[in-house]
Each structure stands twice: as structure tokens, then as C-alpha cells.
Design a protein around this ligand. Structure first.
Ligand code: ATP
Ligand code: MG
Length: 416
């Protein structure tokens, strides 16, 4: 688990603010759920046969002997909340969430045990256009942030009926090739055969080139739906590659599945993953509700942005640094700083009581454009000396009451 230090939080805030703005423009509302849920929710909502539930969860008994789990992802919690509060009776829901998720994985670049996601869930939308809209929201956000080397990979899992048919074809084929499969894939034949397609073992991937494909098992209706999604993306000018190996192995996933990857990330290339989960709301005890969503990994996104050659996002650089000296000067400094803060300026107050020279050095180091200097003489007259630390404006002696307005004007107005 990782601390986010001040040198990076500026970039995090920039990403979060950009995401917030994109959701606002798309009329998507935020939902916040607890970090802790009963374990049962994830067992049912993600599936016992998945890696996440099988070996990655932080699960423990609380003092009331209930099995609790730190959320490993956001969708199950959002669906639980939507059902619990009857939100679907008010109509379809357009929701986003953000925050920490927890998975007991082997930590490496772009993979942590506490990581952060931002996610979108569109609940109560069945049309292929909602798939296109969901993908477009992710794509536009990443493009707006300036993420390079993006690729959208797209697949369809068909309807549950298609998949039942395909599943038995695939299982028969895998059984016939048992001796060539790796141990993980062998174990999955019984638990989660579709997940074998997703194997990271190169020999297995080569072997799978000869396996039956889901595309061949799709019904006409599923074909048409997938064609509509592709046409919609083409109409928006969003490029994509078909990837028949892209699967989400759970029964309630259906139709569209997608990932957005970046060539600028190493092994952990997927920034955003999502798909349609028409069966999940019902699976968790709610009304039969079609839905599509995605989740985006913040660490990988921030990694990409910090690698890119882009202007750094300032963390907390002050506009004004207040230097004071002497009893009356020091007493006047905090009210002055407070006044300027109330006017909207970022103000750092030097409370060290050190010599002027030392305070000025710190003022320079702070990155502030201006310093306000107040000694006993100035305090007695109710004035302050304003210094441009870049030396572009002459030093100015002005009434304390005028300081904030003068600095604000100087920061936004033309240089005089
Ligand atoms: P992966 O195959 O990389 O493990 P996943 O299929 O487990 O990904 P999802 O559950 O779809 O990932 O989560 C969506 C996104 O969250 C991922 O694409 C990734 O960007 C991010 N993510 C997932 N697990 C982690 C982790 N342990 N650390 C950092 N980011 C993660
Ligand atoms: Mg994973």
C-alpha cells in the first residue's frame, strides 16, 4: 500500500477534477458507498470462481463475528446500494464512483494492494447506444487528460444462451487438449472455462488459436447488437480492435466487453476495463435490470501522465508569502494573511520569527510570485510592502486593506 506524497497529489487532483467535469457534462451523478461490505456481496456479485474472490480479498471477522471484506471493486457495492435504496423505481441510473479498492495481489509497477478506481455504471439501459456512450465517456476522458498510445479492444460475450452453447463446445475442445494445457487453465475447465481464453501463458495462447470462437456461437440477434455497437463507435470516430480473447468469465456478463490499453504502460497495460452485466442486479436480489459499466485504474493513469512530457501540475504553490518581523509586525501578519485568503489568494505565512533575509530565502523557495512584508513600522501605519519576487513590478507600499485586491489584480491583469 502506497502513500501519495504532496509531489504527486497535484496530478491526482487534476485527474479527479477532469473526471468529475466529464461526468458532470454527461449527466452522471456521484455515489459513495462504504469501503467495507459483507463478504457475501462480493462472493455473489463477483463470483467465487474469480481470482478476485478466490485469492485476492481482504476478508476478516469483525467484532460481531460477521465476515467482512474491504471492497475489491466498485460495481457490487453500487448495485447493492441501488437495490437497497430502491433507486431503480425512480428510473434508470447514471452513476459514477471513485476511491480506494483492496486486492491481495503481488505488488509491482501499476499493481498495488490498495489502489484507486474511478468507475461508471449505467443501470437500466439496454440499448446498444448505451454501450457506445459508456465507452465514449471513458475514451474522451482519457483523451482529454492527454493519455498517449490508447487502444480500445472490443469483444462480445453474446447472450447467456449463446454462452451456454459456446461453453459446452469450448469445454469439449479443452478436454480434448488436456495434456497441452497449463495447470491453471486445466483447473478452470471445471470452474470458469471462458477464463482460459484469457490465459497469460504463451503456450496456452498459441494452442487456443485452434479453439472454437464465441463469435461462431452467437445468435443472429447478438450479432446484430454487436454490429450496432461497432457502428456507433465508428460514427463517433473512436477506433477499436476486435479481440475475441477478451472475456469476463461470469455468467451475468453479456454482450459488450472492452478494455482500453496504453502502449506506454509495461505489462500492466490495461487502464480501463468494462462491459455489460445485464444479469447482476437480479443476481443480487434486485429487479431484472440491464446495465453497462467500466472501471479505470488511477495508479496506471497517473503513471502514464507522469511519464508523458507535460507541464507539471502545481501542488500547493502560494500566490503570496507573508514575511513579518517585530512584535507588532508579527501580530499584524496573520490577520493580513487571513484577509487575503478570504479574498481567494493562496497565502503562506512565515511564522519562524527569523531574520528578514532568511524569510526572503524561504519566500523565493516557496515559488510564490509575491511577498508581503510587514515590520513594526509598517504595522504602526497600517501598511504593507509588496514585493514582486520575479522583479517585474516595482516594490509598492500600500494600505493593508488594499493588499488582496492589488495582488489579485497583478496576478490576472496585464503586467504594469
Ligand atoms: P488486471 O488484469 O490488470 O489484474 P483486472 O481485470 O483485475 O485487471 P478490473 O477488475 O477490470 O481489473 O479493474 C479495472 C482497472 O483497475 C484495471 O484495468 C486496472 O487499471 C485497475 N486495477 C485492477 N487491479 C489493480 C491493482 N491491483 N493495482 C492497480 N490498479 C489495478
Ligand atoms: Mg486483476
Amino acid at each position: 500500500m502506497v502513500d501519495l506524497l504532496p509531489e504527486v497529489t497535484g496530478l491526482w487532483q487534476h485527474v479527479e477534477a477532469t473526471a468529475r467535469e466529464h461526468f458532470r457534462r454527461a449527466a452522471v451523478a456521484e455515489i459513495r458507498t462504504p469501503l467495507l461490505e459483507v463478504t457475501e456481496l462480493f462472493a455473489r456479485g463477483i463470483g467465487e470462481a474469480t481470482d478476485v474472490v478466490g485469492k485476492e480479498m481482504y476478508t476478516f471477522l469483525d467484532r460481531g463475528e460477521r465476515s467482512c471484506t474491504l471492497r475489491p471493486e466498485g460495481t457490487a457495492s453500487v448495485v447493492r446500494a441501488v437495490i437497497q435504496h430502491g433507486l431503480l423505481s425512480q428510473g434508470p441510473q447514471r452513476l459514477w464512483y471513485g476511491g480506494p479498492m483492496f486486492r491481495y495481489e503481488r505488488p509491482q509497477a501499476g499493481r498495488q494492494r490498495q489502489f484507486h478506481q474511478i468507475g461508471l455504471e449505467l443501470l437500466g439501459f439496454a440499448d446498444a447506444r448505451s454501450d457506445v456512450e459508456a465507452i465514449a465517456i471513458a475514451w474522451d476522458l482519457l483523451a482529454d487528460l492527454g493519455v498517449g498510445g490508447l487502444a480500445l479492444e472490443l469483444n462480445t460475450l453474446g447472450s447467456p444462451d449463446d454462452r451456454v452453447r459456446y461453453r459446452s463446445e469450448l469445454v469439449a475442445w479443452l478436454e480434448a487438449h488436456r495434456e497441452q494445457l497449463d495447470p491453471d487453465s486445466l483447473a478452470r475447465i471445471a470452474t470458469n472455462p471462458l477464463r482460459v481464453l484469457d490465459s497469460k501463458v504463451p503456450e496456452t495462447q498459441t494452442l487456443l488459436a485452434g479453439a472454437p470462437t464465441l463469435a461462431d456461437a452467437l445468435s443472429g440477434e447478438s450479432h446484430e447488437r454487436f454490429a450496432a455497437v461497432r457502428l456507433g463507435l465508428e460514427a463517433l470516430g473512436i477506433p477499436f480492435q476486435l479481440n475475441p480473447r477478451l472475456v469476463r468469465g461470469l455468467d451475468y456478463y453479456s454482450h459488450t466487453a472492452f478494455e482500453i490499453t496504453s502502449s506506454q504502460l509495461g505489462a500492466q497495460a490495461t487502464v480501463c476495463g468494462g462491459g455489460r452485466y445485464d444479469g447482476l442486479v437480479q443476481q443480487l436480489g434486485g429487479p431484472d435490470t440491464p446495465a453497462i459499466g467500466w472501471a479505470l485504474g488511477m495508479e496506471r493513469l497517473v503513471l502514464l501522465l507522469s511519464q508523458a512530457d507535460r507541464p507539471s501540475v502545481a501542488a500547493a504553490t502560494p500566490d503570496l508569502y507573508v514575511v513579518s518581523r517585530g512584535e507588532a509586525g508579527e501580530a499584524a501578519a496573520l490577520p493580513l494573511a487571513r484577509q487575503c485568503r478570504a479574498a481567494g489568494l493562496a497565502v503562506e505565512l512565515d511564522a519562524s520569527g527569523a531574520a528578514f533575509g532568511k524569510q526572503f530565502k524561504r519566500a523565493d523557495r516557496s515559488g510564490a510570485r509575491f511577498a508581503a512584508v510587514i515590520g513594526d513600522a509598517e504595522a504602526g501605519e497600517g501598511v504593507v510592502v509588496l514585493k514582486d519576487l520575479r522583479g517585474e513590478r516595482p516594490e509598492q507600499r500600500l494600505a493593508c486593506a488594499e493588499l488582496a485586491a492589488t495582488v489579485l489584480q497583478a496576478l490576472v491583469g496585464p503586467l504594469s
